[in-house]
Design a protein around this ligand. Structure first.
Ligand code: F6R
Length: 611
């Protein structure tokens, strides 16, 4: 996601901004820009694409400005063009501002400001902020910012400068990280400690609702208009560790980011106590959705596994046939797709060649295509008729984790949204589901903090004695999550793993079970629990060592299995968002124990752009 840097001090700001932006490149971005105050004027340089383009535009003239802000943008609202790149300016070109996050009520604010005569130049939500600052500005940028934030809904880390107060930076934070770096007569704002560690180890993490001002003398933080103190941390991390947020690998960092990522997926679409899901980005006409008689989901790998869960949810709620295909198979089987089929392609990167080819094939056959995608300016997002972005943030580890859980969240929201529009879900069913969807980010966070140690210990028990194989079994939705668990284990730990529908093993594969074979039995689907227990018993009778995965407090599963992994209770239909988390961790700790390259497993690439 976007990277932010702000500097005020006694050194030339430009090289500091450039180096900081380069050190945040790993976060992912598609345009970049800087704004500096030079002799009471703003110098603004922005460029689409990579940092090299920005550096070319800046050239050798770094100037002597000692105050400035810089940004790498990961597009959300508006294409990654120069005009949409940050910083953005007010009407008079005196205030420059950059932002990470999404301002949910930007349209409302924009309409109001336009009516007052403000001129907008970009397609971004961000641009309302410098204009709103201009509206409130009366000689004190900090005071204006404290007024601005009272009007905002959404997530933001904002940093602004103003030529009328050339030695000052002002920032605000809500649900997007923002850190203050405290150096010797120089101060910084950054979205990431990695951008600061080469300048200072003294850092302050701003809290939600804080507005902070930096000048050469130091930092002042306000909360609810009152000055407050914030703790100063001494950070020992080197640059690489800081990029990983202090975690040893991107994969475990991204596993831990799932609570936040899921909140981002929900944001603006479903709020607590909201009567309905708002998927305003889908301008489906009534006539179109009533004419759809089949849904076809197409994707690869982890995204395909998300599609299987999507099928289950959509069929259950819509009572419409839903097919799921592996993208590399789809177009060669002459699929039954026409203008009455809604095709859903799922892709984290938005660049997977097979999925893109399936999208094009579907359009050729007259179908409309909805993409569930994480990367805004990707080919799949651009070519699809409709897009639902997951907003999971950049996923760097090759093994997909937060992309999967946010894809599931989109499928659930989409199924509920469509079922409600088609009159197939009554208000109380809808409310029960949406309340629980809103509770899931917190449950994921709770699960992460409760079970990590336990999973680490279990992994060592299951795999350290040189075991080369493992089974994941389940019924119904659990079977689909088992497939994702097996894929995770295979791809990063190189342990052979097979996912099996629990009732199907006895038709052949049970021959592979021998004393000590590890089996992860997913048991979150309560209506299928008795059948699962019978299948577990069949495996134990042949010597399998079974770890059950169930809701907290499920004593029956605890009694039957050798080990249990427990996740907070939820509605059975929504269980995959929780049950996948211990499986991701299991794979991570197995790979770690076997000293595998967790983030860059052998033979794999993050984005598969060949067929
Ligand atoms: C597994 C994994 C892959 C991807 C697949 C599709 O952890 O990441 O299986 O899910 O290559 O990639 P996207 O979602 O980018 O289309």
């Amino acid at each position: 996601m976007c990277g932010i840097i702000g500097y005020v001090g006694n050194k030339p700001a430009m090289p500091i901004l450039i180096n900081a932006l380069l050190s945040m490149e790993y976060r992912g971005y598609d345009s970049a820009g800087v704004a500096l105050i030079e002799q009471e004027n703003l110098r603004l340089v922005r460029a689409p694409g990579k940092m090299a383009n920005l550096l070319k535009k800046i050239g050798d003239d770094h100037g002597l400005a000692t105050v400035g802000i810089g940004h790498t943008r990961w597009a959300t609202h508006g294409a990654p063009t120069e005009i949409n790149a940050h910083p953005h300016l007010d009407c008079q070109g005196k205030i420059a501002l950059l932002h990470n996050g999404i301002i949910e009520n930007y349209l409302e604010i924009k309409t109001k400001l336009q009516a007052q005569g403000h001129i907008f130049r970009s397609d971004t939500d961000t641009e309302v902020l410098p204009h709103l600052l201009e509206h409130y500005y009366q000689g004190d940028l900090g005071a204006a910012m404290r007024k601005v934030v009272t009007e905002l809904r959404g997530a933001y880390a904002i940093v602004a400068i103003c030529v009328q107060e050339p030695g000052k930076l002002v920032a605000a934070r809500q649900d997007s990280p923002l850190i203050v770096g405290l150096g010797d007569k120089e101060f910084f704002f950054a979205s990431d400690m990695a951008a600061l560690v080469e300048h200072t180890r003294e850092m302050m993490v701003l809290q939600n609702g804080d507005v902070a001002e930096l000048c050469e003398e130091g930092v002042t933080v306000y909360h609810n208009n009152q000055k407050v103190g914030r703790r100063i941390l001494h950070v020992e991390w080197d640059k690489e560790a800081a990029q990983k947020g202090g975690y040893p690998h991107y994969m475990i960092k991204e596993i831990h980011e799932q609570g936040v990522a899921l909140r981002q997926t929900l944001r603006g679409r479903l709020e607590r106590n909201a009567a309905a899901i708002d998927l305003g980005e889908l301008d489906f006409s009534e006539e179109y959705i009533r004419g759809v008689n089949k849904i076809a989901i197409v994707a690869c790998g982890t995204a395909y596994h998300a599609g299987l869960v999507g099928k289950y949810a959509l069929e259950k709620m819509l009572r419409l046939p839903v097919e799921v295909d592996i993208a590399s198979e789809f177009r060669y089987r002459d699929p039954l797709v026409n203008s009455q089929t809604l095709v859903i392609v799922v892709s984290q990167s938005g660049e997977t060649a097979d999925t893109l080819a399936a999208l094009r094939e579907s359009k050729k056959r007259g179908a409309k295509v909805l993409a569930i995608c994480n990367v805004v300016a990707s080919s799949i997002a651009l070519e699809a008729d409709y897009v639902l972005f997951t907003y999971a943030g950049k996923e760097t580890a090759v093994a997909s984790t937060k992309a999967y859980s946010t894809q599931l969240m989109i499928f659930y929201m989409f199924a509920i949204y469509l079922a409600a529009r088609l009159g197939k879900l009554n208000a109380s069913e809808q409310q029960k589901l949406t309340e629980e969807l809103c509770a899931l980010p917190e449950k994921v966070q709770q699960l992460l903090s409760d079970t990590e140690k336990r999973i680490k210990a279990l992994t060592e028990k299951l795999f350290l004695e040189g075991r080369q194989d493992c089974f994941f079994i389940g019924r119904g939705l659990d079977n689909y999550v088992a497939m994702e668990g097996a894929l995770k284990l295979k791809e990063i730990s190189y342990i052979h793993a097979e996912a099996y529908a629990a009732g199907e093993l006895k038709h052949g594969t049970i021959a592979l079970i021998e004393p000590g074979t590890p089996v992860i039995a997913l048991c979150t689907q309560q209506s299928l629990q008795e059948k699962m227990i019978s299948n577990i018993k069949e495996l134990q009778a042949r010597g399998a060592y079974v770890a059950g995965l169930c809701f907290l407090g499920n004593e029956q599963i605890e009694q039957v299995c050798e080990e249990t992994l427990q996740v907070p209770e939820t509605i059975d239909l929504l269980a995959p968002i929780l049950s996948v988390v211990p499986l991701q961790m299991l794979a991570y700790y197995a790979a770690l124990a076997r000293e595998c390259d967790v983030d860059q497993p052998r033979n794999l690439a993050k984005s598969v752009t060949v067929e």
